[in-house]
Design a binder for this molecule. Structure first.
Ligand code: 6PG
Length: 260
């Protein structure tokens, strides 16, 4: 599957475009099914996307049709500024009046192993025990080392194919607290994987993942191994995309890798 790449003028514009794309995916999902299932990541990059989601309308229905999960979590309390759930709650869920029962955070009051087992049980209970979760969309970021969710280069978690959720006791990047993460297998069952990547510090790994002209993606970087059932979509700002001019309009486009 060839990913699509959209380059927006700056981080704010890229985040707003990503939020708009999620609303569009929600509209499509709600036309086909009765719900929109979404898993989000953490880090600083999605902050403006969460604010954009809080300030606009939801899909065809309302937030009550959105079912929210997390791609990964740092094992800190929700009030801790490093909490992925806490960030989304502060910037999106609380201001938007998102129904608390539709948000399923990863437990952080357990050690990483049991927390991963508990979240696996949450997914099985929601999606059905017989199959892997099928999210309508997952929102992912990119670390400077090429990690995504809490899947770090060289981690044994990358080769797990029989679980949807695993513990990552030793993350390769800060914050150095134990994590819980969806596996590549679970992410790959999403209909759409949407990467939001902004800032010049992401330019190097991004070029290796999308592949420079004539080269293949570097699959030692975890983000390069993410697949999806229908589409993999990259939303970038010019900083991450090596200063190229913003593309006008909206919609999917064939991948044109950064040139660095
Ligand atoms: C996390 C993540 C992680 C993140 C990237 C990008 O919880 O740390 O989900 O994969 O998306 O590290 O982080 P920034 O947006 O802070 O650069």
């Amino acid at each position: 599957m060839t990913p699509t790449v959209r380059v927006l003028d700056d981080a704010e514009t890229a985040a707003i475009a990503a939020a708009e794309r999620l609303r569009e995916l929600a509209r499509v999902a709600l036309q086909r099914r009765s719900r929109f299932t979404l898993a989000v990541s953490g880090g600083r990059t999605p902050e403006p996307m969460f604010r954009a989601l809080a300030s606009g309308p939801a899909g065809l229905e309302s937030w009550s049709s959105w079912q929210l999960f997390w791609c990964d979590e740092r094992l800190v309390p929700p009030e801790d500024p490093r909490s992925n759930f806490g960030l989304a709650r502060r910037l999106w869920l609380a201001p938007a009046g998102f129904p608390a029962e539709n948000a399923r955070p990863i437990r952080t009051d357990l050690p990483a192993g049991p927390a991963a087992d508990a979240y696996d049980a949450v997914l099985r209970s929601f999606f059905g025990a017989a199959s892997s979760p099928t999210f309508d969309a997952v929102v992912l970021g990119l670390g400077p080392d090429g990690h995504t969710a809490s899947l770090f280069p060289g981690s044994p978690s990358l080769d797990v194919t029989d679980r949807s959720v695993v513990a990552e006791p030793n993350p390769g990047q800060p914050p150095f607290v134990p994590r819980v993460t969806l596996t590549l297998e679970a992410l790959g069952r999403a209909r759409t994987a949407l990467f939001l990547v902004t800032g010049a510090d992401k330019r190097g790994p991004l070029a290796r993942i999308l592949g420079r002209a004539g080269t293949s993606p570097d699959v030692t970087l975890p983000a390069a191994r993410v697949r999806a059932l229908e589409s993999v979509e990259w939303f970038l700002d010019r900083g991450a995309a090596d200063g190229r001019a913003p593309e006008a309009g909206t919609g999917d486009r064939p991948a044109r890798p950064p040139s660095s």
